[in-house]
Write a protein that binds this ligand. Structure first.
Ligand SMILES: Nc1ncnc2c1ncn2[C@@H]1O[C@H](COP(=O)(O)OP(=O)(O)O)[C@@H](O)[C@H]1O
Ligand SMILES: [Mg+2]
Length: 493
């Protein structure tokens, strides 16, 4: 049987880790075979030399923080140090593990130094951290808002774009909210359900869906969301969401739709206007005849003649037709406007004066909120008067002989605009009718009561006068129509 010493010597030599045995004075007393192979040296070059001399060609020991041997001597315990070197073959990292061999008295007799090459590990580590840095930079600079949360919804990270979108700083988000607070009630749960649904982008993935988020100020923001669950094994570990703000896009789409509707309306009005003008001209002559002859006939009849009733009907209905025709002609802009400078308050009073029939306003309170400034605009008094009359008549029609009719004038000096508003406390305009009310012949009134030409005529006239007309407000509590004009600008003398 071999002695235990021989075993120990063989063990020393067959260790695949290069190993030295040193005396406390740093002189190498032995090295194993792996050491000789690794450092391509023979035993005579090493043994008997100081370690700093062999490894670093230095006459003095390494500083304490780099010298595992000195650390072992200080506390008689094992220590390891990481050493970095550049060699002809490139960079090299060693993890050097120093262990004491103690004598019976507990003093350090020898130090064993094992040299583990950790170069591969270190290079990999560096590569990984480089990749991590890169990913981090990518996330930080992305204009898409990115938010990651753990499986309980606690925010783990978010990039600056997400901070801007949500109005929370990362710290606030981590401390104050979970992903649930980022959505209107119930929506977070819905999103998680969709994420796990295999038919929507695959399990753990959610492709582009339109959702609403709620920012720190409580505002709802429409966004496009792409989301994913991050799995560890088959466990859900985290979720990540990519959000794109849709506000700009939706605003753009809305103005495009508005533009198309305006073009459509303008075309419709132009063609209808053409037709209306033709018909109006054709009918005007025979109508003048009917009015003239029925009037003359009426004058020849006795006061109690039974035919008077029918004849009066003929006369009045023909007059009404005449009025419709006048409207049609105004609408198709067959009447040349007479432009003059008008004071909006006077225009309003003058228009109200046109509706002489006091019965018309019965039960309705008229409130005037007229500006004290002198607001001047330029336009055709009769045409604009007609617009106001139409708005006032509609307002009264909507109120069923009760409520308040408010007439308002004001101006916005910086924008150089004048405004007239006609507000009622009537039944309001249903949402579905709003896109139609300015269309010619659109009416919700009983036949004989409404022609559907009031607002379309108004629209045409206001356009002609370089203004705008729109429904500023409507609900079950009433409607406000607003008309905007450019302020009159006296040209410099
Ligand atoms: N102030 C208002 N309140 C409620 N509905 C209104 C108001 N003004 C207009 N409308 C709606 O718009 C329609 C079109 O108006 P208009 O062009 O003046 O035609 P008409 O008055 O002959 O019906 C009306 O029939 C009504 O449905
Ligand atoms: Mg009307």
């Amino acid at each position: 049987m071999e002695s235990s010493l021989t075993w120990k010597l063989r063990l020393f030599d067959c260790l695949s880790v290069p190993t030295l045995i040193l005396k406390p004075n740093r002189i190498v007393v032995d090295v194993n075979t792996s050491f000789l192979e690794k450092f391509k040296t023979d035993i005579k070059q090493v043994v008997g030399n100081a370690c700093h001399d062999f490894f670093y060609n230095s006459a003095t020991p390494c500083p304490l923080e780099n010298c595992g041997l000195a650390q072992v001597l200080a506390d008689r315990q094992g220590h390891s140090v990481l050493r970095y070197m550049t060699t002809d073959a490139g960079e090299k990292w060693d993890n050097r593990v120093f262990s004491p061999i103690l004598d019976a008295a507990g003093e350090v007799l020898y130090i064993v130094e094992c040299i583990h090459d950790v170069t591969q590990l270190k290079l990999l580590e560096r590569e990984l951290s480089g990749a991590k840095d890169f990913t981090q930079k990518l996330i930080q600079s992305s204009t898409t808002a990115i938010i990651a949360a753990d499986c309980r919804g606690k925010i783990v990270t978010m990039n600056p774009a997400a901070e801007e979108l949500t109005g929370y700083s990362l710290k606030e988000a981590q401390e104050k909210i979970t992903t649930k607070n980022l959505y209107p009630p119930g929506q977070a749960r819905e999103i998680m359900k969709n994420l796990r649904d295999e038919s929507l982008g695959g399990k753990g993935k959610l492709h582009l869906s339109r959702v609403t988020i709620v920012n720190a100020q409580g505002e709802e923001i429409p966004v496009e969301l792409t989301a994913a669950i991050i799995y560890e094994g088959d466990q859900e570990a985290a979720t990540v969401g990519l959000f794109n703000d849709l506000r700009e896009k939706l605003k753009h789409e809305q103005s495009m739709r508005e533009l198309l509707r305006r073009i459509y309306r303008a075309e419709k009005m132009a063609s209808l206007g053409h037709l209306a003008a033709g018909v109006a001209h054709e009918i005007n002559n025979p109508l003048t005849g009917i009015i003239f002859y029925s009037d003359s006939l009426l004058n020849t009849l006795e006061k109690d003649d039974p035919r008077r009733r029918s004849l009066t009907h003929i006369y009045e209905d023909a007059k009404r037709c005449g009025k419709i025709i006048k409207n049609l002609l105004a609408y198709s802009r067959q009447e040349t406007p007479h432009t003059e400078i008008l004071h909006v308050n006077t225009l309003l009073e003058h228009s109200l004066g046109l509706i002489r029939d006091a019965k018309f306003f019965m039960g309705i309170q008229i409130r005037k909120e007229l500006s004290e400034d002198i607001i001047l605009i330029q336009g055709d008094r009769d045409q604009l008067g007609q617009v106001i009359v139409n708005l006032v008549m509609n307002a009264v029609d909507a109120m069923d002989q009760k409520g308040t009719l408010t007439l308002r004038t004001y101006r916005h000096k910086p924008a150089q605009k004048a405004y007239i508003e006609v507000a009622d406390t009537g039944r309001g305009i249903p949402k579905k009718n709003l896109p139609l009310i300015f269309d010619p012949f659109f009416t919700t009134k009983a036949p004989g009561k409404g022609t559907g030409l009031g607002l379309s005529t108004a629209y045409g006239i206001i356009k002609e006068n370089k203004g705008h007309i729109w429904v500023k407000e409507t609900s079950g509590k009433g409607t406000t129509f607003a008309v905007e004009f450019p302020l009159y600008q006296p040209s410099a003398p």
